[in-house]
Write a protein that binds this ligand. Sequence first.
Ligand SMILES: *Cc1c(COP(=O)(O)O)cnc(C)c1O
Length: 495
Amino acid sequence: MRYYSTRNLNQEGVSAAQAIKQGLCNDGGLFMPETIPSLSLDDITALAGKSYAERAAYILSLFLTDYTYEELLADCSEAYGEARFKGGAAPLATLNDNTSVLELWHGPTSAFKDMALQIMPRLLSRALDKTGEERTAFILVATSGDTGKAALEGYRDVNKVRITVFYPVDGVSRVQKLQMATQEGSNVEVCAVIGNFDDAQNGVKKIFSDKAMAEKLNENGYFLSSANSINWGRLAPQIAYYVSAYCDLVAEGKIKLGDKMNVCVPTGNFGNIFAAYIAKRMGLPVNKFICASNKNSILTDFLNEGTYDRNRDFYTTMSPSMDILISSNLERLLYLVGGSERTARYMKELNEKGVYTVDADIKAALDAEFAGYFADEDECAATIKNTFAEGYLCDTHTAVAITAAKKYQAETGDNTYTVVASTASPYKFAADVYKSIKADADFADDYDALPALNELSGVEIPEGLATLMSKKVRFEKVIESAKMPDEVLSELGIQ
Ligand SMILES: *Cc1c(COP(=O)(O)O)cnc(C)c1O
C-alpha cells in the first residue's frame, strides 16, 4: 500500500513507514492510502470474537502493509493492554434505547488522544528501522493541554525517540500543568513558556523551519518530527474503535449483523470523525455521521451551506479541545469525495482568503453521509445535567455530541441506533461538569473539583488524576519563547 498527497496524485507515493516518519507531504498535503481496503461482514464476525488489541492489529495490517501482523499485534497488545487501559480500551456504555456511548478515555491521560498516541510512537519507532534511519527522532510539541500530556505518555521510553513539550505557563489548567510537570520517563522534557498558546506554537514552528537548527541536530544524530494529529500514524489507529464498537453492539444484541448504525462525534480537527468515515468506506455498515461542534460552529455551517469560512469570531468554551477554526483533516474528506485537484484549490483559497465553497457535487455527496449540529454553552451544560439525572456522567465534549445527536434525531426522526464518541473522562473537566449539575458550585481550580465530583456522582476518579498530588514534580522551568531553540539544544547537550 502506497501513500499519496491529497493535493497531488502525480508523484511516486511512499510506504506507510515513510508516511508516518515524514508526517506531512512535501507539497503541504496530507498522506492518504492509494485505496481503501475492504472489510466484509464475515471479517466483522471474525473480529467480534477477538480482543481489542487483535481487532486493532487486524485493521492496521490492512493499511500498514510494510508492517507484519505480528509486529502490529505486539505493539497493539502493549498499547491497549490492561496495564494502560484498565477494563478495556474502548468500552460501550448504554445511554438509552437507541444510543450507546463509546468511551475512548480509559487510557493513561483520561482523554481520547491516548487511543492514537499510545500506539503511534511504537509505529514511528519501527518506521525508523524500516526506512533505515539511524538518527533519533526528536519530537517537538506545543500544547494547549491535552495533546502534550498524551504525547509525553505515549513517547516515554520509546526506543530512538525523544520528546520535548512546551506549554503556555498561564494557558493550561492546574490539572493539565500537574499532569505534565510530573511526567515520568528517561527521554522526556517539559518546559513552560511565558505567553499564550500561540507564543508556544509559533516558537515550535520557528524551530521546525530553522535550517541551521536542522543542520545542528543532524550533525548530532537527531531529526525533528511532530506528533501532529494530521499524521497518518495517528489517524489509522482510530478506525479500529468504530469497527470494534460495531462488533460489540452486535454481540450485545443492540443491532443485528448488517444493520446500520449512526455515529456522532464531538469534532475539532476532524480526525476522529474522519476515521469513522474510513471505516464506512471499508464496509462498516454506517448510515449517517453526525458532526458535533461547540459554539465554534464552523463545521456545522460548512456542512449546511457548503462554504468553509474561518473569517469569524473565535470562542473559548468549556469544551476547549474543540475550540478550533481550522479542521485540518477535513482536507482528507474533500480529497476522497472531490479528488486532489479540487482539494489543492480549496486549500489554497483557505490559505489565501480564509474561505472556500465546494462544488455542488461535493456538497451533495457530503449531504448524503454527514449532518452537522452544534451545541452552545447553555445547551452543553443542560445536557450534562439531564444526562446525569438519567444515570450517566459525561464530560463537556461528550455533552456537545449528545446534544447534537438528540437535535439530529428530533429534526429528522431517524431512529437508527447511534454510537456517540465520548472523548474525555468527566474528571478531566471536573469543575465545568460539576457546575453544570449544581450551578452554585465554586472551586479554586479544576483540581479542587475532583473530590467534589466524586462525592456527587460516585464515579471513580481515574488513577492518573487521583494520584497527581502525590507525584514528584520533575519539570518547573519557565522560559521566554525566544529562548526555545536554546532550550532544545541544551537539552540535547548540543553547544
Ligand atoms: C482532540 C479532542 C477532540 C477533537 O477531536 P478531533 O479528532 O480533533 O476532531 C474532542 N474531544 C477531546 C476531549 C479532544 O481531546
